[in-house]
Design a protein around this ligand. Structure first.
Ligand code: GDP
Ligand code: ADP
Length: 195
């Protein structure tokens, strides 16, 4: 990356599945100027209501592995039997133009981006009020099978153990309150110039 340019920030959301990441991200993207969603690639099945290139770029396992071989990912992880990864395409170019990007990543992906981008990456951890609340939300979303919900709940404890490596931590209990406090933190982070 060129020295002296004002690089955009990488705003990274991590949370156990069902904690409310996507709900909060959609509101924040609609309300914060010059902040754009970084669309990841995945091999998981498209959920009802999702669109190609909107929530994810949906790839076959072979296509994803081909891109790994071509070193087209900044980072990628494998869980729930699927690949998830951040494509290099355009990311640095957009940051160099001063665009701020919002990422929805698992905890390992978040920590990896911090290693790669240092102070330009701002990590936000969203917690559910409790594991019971998390289960209720996953059931309410009703896009996952019972087996998928169990997988996600098992992973939640692992994800929660990373919370102390994040720059900002919030419990998503009352949705509006959580959105306003995350929004205030992002606006403050975006205004701090990167060196
Ligand atoms: N490391 C990494 N994790 C990702 C990426 N994209 C999505 N994830 C994570 O993959 C996990 C599963 O995502 P998803 O299947 O959409 O389920 P949801 O979080 O329950 O809506 C979540 O923890 C996401 O944050 C990525 O590009 N890299
Ligand atoms: N503060 C909240 N209180 C109650 N339900 C919520 C809250 N935030 C999100 N939800 C609901 O919980 C479910 C999971 O949220 P979602 O944004 O899909 O989570 P994630 O992206 O973290 O997996 C959705 O049905 C959503 O409407």
């Amino acid at each position: 990356m060129e020295k002296g340019t004002t690089l955009g920030k990488l705003i990274v959301f991590s949370a156990p599945s069902g904690a409310g990441k996507s709900t909060i991200a959609n509101r924040i993207l609609a309300e914060v100027p010059n902040l754009y969603f970084s669309v990841s690639a995945t091999t998981r099945k498209m959920r009802p209501g999702e669109q190609e290139g909107h929530e994810y770029f949906f790839l076959s396992k072979e296509e994803f592995e081909q891109k790994i071989a071509e070193k087209r990912f900044i980072e990628y992880e494998q869980f729930f039997g699927n690949y998830y990864g951040t494509l290099k395409d355009k990311t640095d170019e957009r940051l160099e133009k001063g665009e701020n990007l919002l990422f929805d990543l698992d905890v390992k992906g978040a920590v990896n981006l911090k290693k790669l981008y240092g102070e330009h990456a701002v990590l936000i951890f969203i917690k559910p009020p409790s594991l019971e609340a998390l289960k209720e939300r996953l059931l309410k979303r009703s896009s996952d099978s019972i087996a998928e919900i169990e997988n996600r709940l098992e992973r939640a404890a692992f994800e929660l153990s990373f919370a102390n490596q994040f720059d900002f931590e919030i419990v998503n209990d009352e949705l509006e309150t959580a959105i306003q406090s995350i929004k205030a933190f992002i606006l403050k982070s975006i205004q701090q110039p990167s060196k």
